[in-house]
Design a protein. Structure first.
Length: 135
């Protein structure tokens, strides 16, 4: 059985302990003491594990975390992880509203990876119908 897995706050390198100096970059492994839950979620948007990136985007949207808007807008255009991009679109709409994202959704519905196009199309076509989407 393996123990918990830790990642450096500075460089995301795997670490053996939850605190101390990173063997890879020399930075602090643990989050800064002033980091709040939203900071941890935004940090997780770049986590090496895809599942953590997706959950972070979803939770930021659920919390309507306005500080994440800029980072989520960047992730909408990521080509490396189209599922993260789709989750970022959903979170962005939850945070700023469907009206504020209308032009972006229209553009995304016609270009980009399939998961992003599908998400944008769904968000454009659902006007308070069967899906519960904030905005």
């Amino acid at each position: 059985m393996t123990g918990p897995r830790y990642y450096c706050w500075s460089c995301y390198a795997p670490a053996q302990t939850a605190s101390g100096r990173c063997e890879h970059c020399g930075g602090r492994i643990e989050a800064p003491p002033e980091a709040d839950y939203a900071d941890l979620l935004m940090w997780a948007l770049d986590h090496p594990l895809a599942e953590r990136r997706l959950v972070a985007a979803q939770v930021l949207g659920q919390r309507r975390e306005a500080r994440a808007e800029g980072r989520l807008r960047e992730l909408v255009w990521t080509r490396e992880d189209p599922y993260l991009a789709a989750a970022a679109v959903q979170a962005l709409v939850a945070i700023v509203g469907r009206q504020a994202c209308a032009d972006l959704l229209t553009e995304l519905a016609t270009r980009g990876p399939a998961p992003v196009r599908r998400t944008a199309t769904d968000l454009l076509s659902d006007h308070g119908g069967t899906r519960k989407v904030a905005g």
